[in-house]
Design a protein around this ligand. Sequence first.
Ligand code: ADP
Length: 186
Amino acid sequence: MNLIFLGPPGSGKGTQAVRLAKEKGWVHLSTGDVLRAAVKAGTELGKQADGFMTRGELVPDELIVSLIEEKIAAGELANGFILDGFPRTVPQAKSLDEMFGKNKIKLDKAILLDVGDEEILKRIMGRAEKEGRADDTPDVVRNRLKVYREQTQPIENLYREQSVLTPIPGEDTPDNIYAAILKVVS
Ligand code: ADP
């Protein structure tokens, strides 16, 4: 299956995507992970992305779209995938539609993990203590949430129009959420 996972930062989509991809043998592509690795390795992409990420802003669409283009060209998305963290803006979603069209890739579902702002802030502050991610400070988290509501949430409409949007309540235990996801992909 070819899936997109949508949901605010801290919605648990990364955790769920990793688990599902492993069980099903699909590729899990997290643009956040790819960017963090690039920053760590000091590559050109990493240098360009670093400042945006630290401020909780989105990196420019062109950077991230060419990254996905490369993965598709390399055949990495040929046998089932979960996109996690992409697309994140309406232009990214439109570019992705085009890339899918050109490469005869059919999107099966866009799974949306629904979690409210209050719960998000609580969760990310907990994660910050454990993982020490540079963009998990209160101000930056609030900004990431604002960016999500303003720039990412509008893409839900696109997937609703394509009849692939599948909302799942995300304020539950990880196991219950996983069970709900399994139901919609089987
Ligand atoms: P979260 O969803 O918890 O905010 P991610 O790991 O998905 O975390 O992303 C971390 C950061 O990486 C984002 O705040 C943003 O700066 C950058 N990023 C990741 N994916 C994209 C994307 N598709 N477009 C633009 N920026 C992105």
